[in-house]
Design a protein around this ligand. Structure first.
Ligand SMILES: [Cu+2]
Length: 362
């Protein structure tokens, strides 16, 4: 009897759904906007506070499996898997109440099946079960971005989730409040630029002689890599795909007086960002903008499996280091970048009263 009722209910539901498809989907009537993504650490142009009504924001990402050099000094390579060829994948920006419509493309030049799980989305394992694409396939997912904040997205193929994530398949979506960011007292916070930093814990196998191994394909690297992963000790921890990616020509830049939003994502492992010589003026370390941000932080904490955001207005020029403040992870394993800041030095905030000199007599 129970089974029969369930069948009746299913039939009724099917007819409702069939009737529903005859009617136009109200979301189809909303304005649709295509947004071109840009490579990290940059974030595509976007409004902060907006007067626009909710829209459907359309993105396209192409999955690329490729061998990348993760440490140029030693030539160590990773059989990486990426969204759009970069680690992290590009940051998408929408406003709360918008719909995200992603076309996920898996070209036939790839070897593996992939999908995407958005932590900002509701249902179907974050969209993962609706976006399983084999090489040569694409899928389109739409979801309502009804919670503000910075959120991880990542690949999550059944049975191989951690491997795809630690091989590079993660990024951030930022869902801004429609009236922009606010400090704890409700005053508007406007940033002049946003940078997106993806931190990756890597697990590169070594041979009997202690040298990092190199593989021809991702699949060949799988067994050895899982062994290293199970030890829970990364061989490298890098920002944006390799040791030193955000230094030298890759350094982030700013000017004294400018406000920067640093988006920091770590899909698998905890991290603790710190700006040497600076602070987090306002920080959402759990990354969700409906919560009041914390003020004056020296070091903040990003839980593995989340993204956070820190707002800082630069007051001094110079080269700053932006690091994971487990300093072994930063300076031995790679989790460090630079921010080059132009402008005028402020003697009131800091002054060298005497340059280093021989010790003077008392
Ligand atoms: Cu994948």
């Amino acid at each position: 009897m129970k089974v029969f009722r369930l069948c009746m209910a299913a039939t009724a539901l099917a007819s409702v759904l069939a009737g529903g498809t005859a009617l136009a989907d109200p979301v189809d009537k909303l304005e649709h906007v295509k947004v071109e993504l840009v490579a990290p650490p940059l974030v595509h142009a976007h409004e902060q506070a907006t007067k626009a009504a909710p829209r459907v924001i359309q993105f396209r990402m192409v999955i690329e499996e490729k061998k990348v050099v993760i440490d140029e000094e030693n030539g160590t390579t990773l059989q990486a898997m990426t969204f759009n060829g970069s680690m992290p994948g590009p940051t998408m920006v929408v406003h709360e109440g918008d719909y995200v419509e992603l076309t996920l493309v898996n070209p036939d030049t790839n070897a593996l099946e992939h999908n995407i799980d958005f932590h900002a989305a509701t249902g179907a394992l974050g969209g993962a079960s609706l976006t399983i694409v084999k090489p040569g396939e694409e899928a389109v997912l739409r979801f309502k971005a009804d919670r503000s904040g910075v959120f991880i997205y990542h690949c999550a193929p059944e049975g191989m989730v951690p491997w795809h994530v630690v091989s590079g398949m993660s990024g951030t979506i930022m869902v801004l409040p429609r009236d922009g960011l606010k400090d704890a007292a409700g005053n508007a916070l406007h940033y002049d630029r946003a940078y997106t930093i993806g931190e990756f814990d890597l697990y590169i196998p070594k041979d009997e002689d202690g040298n990092y191994k190199e593989y021809d394909t991702a699949l060949e690297s799988y067994g050895d890599t899982v062994e290293v992963m199970r030890g829970l000790i990364p061989t490298h921890v890098v920002f944006n795909g390799k040791v030193g990616a955000l230094t030298g020509d890759g350094a982030m830049t700013a000017k004294v007086g400018e406000s920067v939003l640093f988006i920091h994502a770590s899909a698998n492992r905890d991290t603790r960002p710190h700006l040497i010589g600076g602070h987090g003026d306002w920080v959402w370390e759990t990354g969700k903008f409906a919560n009041a941000p914390e003020k004056d932080l020296e070091t903040w904490f990003i839980r593995g499996g989340s993204a956070g955001a820190a707002f800082y207005t630069f007051k001094q020029p110079g080269v700053y280091a932006y690091v994971n403040h487990n300093l072994i992870e930063a300076f031995e394993l790679g989790a460090a970048g630079h921010v080059k800041v132009d402008g005028k030095w402020n003697d009131d905030l800091m002054k060298q009263v005497a340059a280093p000199r021989p010790v003077t007599a008392k």
